[in-house]
Design a protein around this ligand. Structure first.
Ligand code: SAM
Length: 266
């Protein structure tokens, strides 16, 4: 039987395929999968991760946007009866349908990695662990500490919804075609937050986004720009013990949580 030729890579879909088996092995080792696990893979591409995942766990749900690549995968993965391939946009996927304890392993398409991260954060009560390959710059922002240049809304939100850690970085030579940016594999075990419910999570996201909307402004000015009354801002800052002259980039995740509770009392 002739082996089908894979479709040509489409840059606009972030198609940079892993060609280094050592990196695939390292990703699997970081994921520490159990045979009974269900894995969700976003963007299986030509299957560099998909095939070893199918060999390691009981079920792999893989969502691929490119119908040409999905057809190629179907043709070349016939032996993997545990592969549940869905053709479509991972942004539209119903993450609530995932089995409890799903592990997400993905080399994400970088052009859409931040909105995908937020879809995964929303579904984190179903997810045991996320092992995601991301653009290095995004990975550094996710793990950044307060008062560093990389620290911003993504750091606070990423560290509220999960405990991100950079597992290792990957040179461009490990992909074909080579990306113009660096890459890193990040482990994100989801967090069970103190604030907890989805309304409180939404309030947290709003508070963080408003605080960072103007990075160089004080918290008071940023919240005033977001339409919050001056006396409410001062009361909330006072209740959370935060100096009104501070800027968003100096606040820890816990301080943002206290501030959210003070600005949005239950
Ligand atoms: N997993 C493969 C690998 O490591 O070689 C491919 C990774 S490549 C960086 C990203 C993959 O995501 C591509 O196959 C691309 O077609 C797919 N993709 C892009 N946008 C997508 C979306 N919105 N939903 C699902 N898949 C998407």
């Amino acid at each position: 039987m002739t082996v089908p030729t894979p479709p040509r890579p489409k840059k606009r879909l972030g198609q940079h395929f892993l060609i280094d088996p050592n990196i695939v092995r390292k990703i699997l080792s970081v994921a520490a999968l159990c045979p009974q696990d269900t894995v969700l893979e976003i963007g299986p591409g030509r299957g560099a991760l998909t095939r070893p995942l199918c060999e390691a766990v009981s079920r792999v749900i893989a969502i691929e946007l490119d119908p040409g690549l999905a057809a190629y995968l179907t043709q070349t993965c016939t032996q993997y009866t545990n592969l549940d391939l869905r053709v479509g946009d991972a942004l539209e996927f119903s993450y609530e349908s995932l089995p409890q304890g799903t592990v997400v392993v993905a080399n994400l398409p970088y052009y859409v990695s931040t909105p995908l991260l937020f879809r995964l954060f929303e579904a984190r009560n179903r997810i045991r662990l996320m092992i995601l390959m991301l653009q290095l710059e995004v990975a550094r922002r996710l793990v950044a500490r307060p008062a560093t240049p990389e620290y911003g809304a993504l750091s606070v939100l990423g560290q509220y919804f999960a405990d991100p850690v950079i597992a290792f970085t990957i040179p461009g030579t490990c992909f074909r075609p080579r990306p113009d940016v660096g890459s890193a594999v990040v482990c994100l075990p989801p967090r069970n937050n103190v604030l907890g419910n989805s309304t409180a999570d939404e309030a947290f996201v709003q508070t963080v986004r408003a605080a960072f909307a103007h990075r160089r402004k004080t918290l008071v000015n940023s919240f005033r720009d977001a339409g919050i009354g001056l006396s409410d801002i001062h009361t909330a800052l006072d209740m959370s013990g935060i100096d009104p002259r501070r800027r968003a980039e100096t606040l820890t995740v816990s301080e943002f949580m206290a501030l959210t509770e003070a600005l949005h009392p239950a």
